[in-house]
Design a protein around this ligand. Structure first.
Ligand SMILES: N[C@@H](CCC(=O)N[C@@H](CS)C(=O)NCC(=O)O)C(=O)O
Length: 334
């Protein structure tokens, strides 16, 4: 049963799949597809992290939209001439409309576009990371970790499911509730789940098993935005992430792990939320805080053991064009 005023997420996607055997009409091929993201978006952030951890940067290029969108769509307004240099388009909507003429649903990131035809193949963020893990294996780097070990699959989903409802989507349910009751319910569920996570992570380094898995990627992109955006903008303000010692240590540990923190642009993230949601922030003022220097402080989580990459190794630095400017990172406050 739903509560009046509850936020309802549109979860319809273009759902083509790029597979090694091409059974869905989209055969795996290096250089053929482009991942389209925006730095602010937590769902796109998952795909950026998995691409980095698996070392798919050369095989699957990435286009980065600017931080804001209007009713038309996201746009490539950060690129020279305000066009994605590979797709040659300004509005992401153009790629959705190539795929489905007269496309009327949400134009969302992340999306993967087939470069030769200019059509969006998929906007299904859950399947995108799974397919990077199971279909893109021939292009993964040496030392790529197994982010979804078969033996842990059931536990990954069991843990991720309530985290999705109450935390990842829970912060949106707080922010976009249009009745007090819907907000109260979302807020209670969010902090109850964060308390549960605080306990779970007190004695274990990662969410499932003793290595980084897809479950950590999914949770982390929300934690990374918590104090900068959700605490104020979405009224998730019982406390800040930095006031929950285990969760804050866990979030910092991953932030400092190559492939996670190096995908985060705090400036664009704040611009995205505070500028796009005019109903929540009519003045369009983007807050200056919070102080980000804490993200770089020692977390001591190594003392819990764990093997971040299992039998694999950490990825190298991001390709030069994808590096976040220092003034948009936690270094800004150091
Ligand atoms: N739509 C997907 C997730 C992707 C998503 O919501 N992306 C947001 C940015 S964080 C977006 O592109 N919004 C643009 C829009 O809805 O017009 C879902 O809810 O399952």
């Amino acid at each position: 049963m739903s509560t009046a005023g509850e936020f309802k997420r549109d979860t319809t996607y273009l759902d083509g799949r790029i597979t090694a055997d091409g059974r869905d009409g989209w055969p795996l091929e290096a250089g053929r597809y482009r991942l389209v993201v925006a730095r602010g978006c937590p769902w796109a952030n998952r795909t950026m992290i998995v691409r980095r951890l698996l070392g798919l940067e050369d095989a699957l290029g990435m286009g980065i939209c600017g931080p804001t969108h209007d009713w038309r769509s996201w746009q490539f307004d950060l690129d020279p001439g305000e066009k994605d240099p590979v797709l040659g388009i300004h509005w992401l909507r153009e790629a959705y409309e190539k795929a489905v003429p007269g496309y009327e649903r949400g134009v969302t990131v992340p999306a993967i576009v087939d470069i030769p035809s200019g059509k969006v193949v998929t906007s299904d963020f859950r399947q995108i990371t799974r397919d990077m893990e199971i279909e893109w294996t021939s292009y993964q780097r040496d030392g790529a970790p197994d982010l979804y070990p078969d033996a842990l699959a059931a536990e990954i989903e069991e843990v991720s499911d309530p985290i999705y409802r109450e935390v990842n989507n829970g912060v949106y349910r707080c922010g976009f509730a249009s009745s007090q009751r819907a907000y109260d319910e979302a807020y209670r569920a969010l902090f109850a789940r964060l308390d549960w996570l605080e306990e779970r992570l007190a004695n274990r380094r990662y969410l499932v098993g003793d290595t980084i898995t897809e479950a950590d990627v999914r949770l982390w992109t929300t934690l990374a935005r918590f104090d900068a955006v959700y605490h104020g903008h979405f009224k998730c303000n019982r406390n800040k992430l930095i006031e929950m010692p285990a969760l804050w240590g866990y979030a910092r540990d991953l932030f400092q792990t190559p492939g996670f923190g190096d995908t985060i642009d705090f400036v664009q993230t704040k611009q995205h939320y505070y500028l796009v949601h005019k109903n929540l922030n009519p003045s369009g003022i983007v807050p200056d805080g919070p102080d980000l220097s804490g993200w770089l402080t020692p977390h001591h989580r190594e003392e819990l053991g764990g093997r971040p990459f299992g039998d694999g190794t950490p990825p190298g630095p991001p390709p030069e064009p994808e590096r976040v400017p220092l003034s948009h990172t936690a270094q800004r406050h150091v």
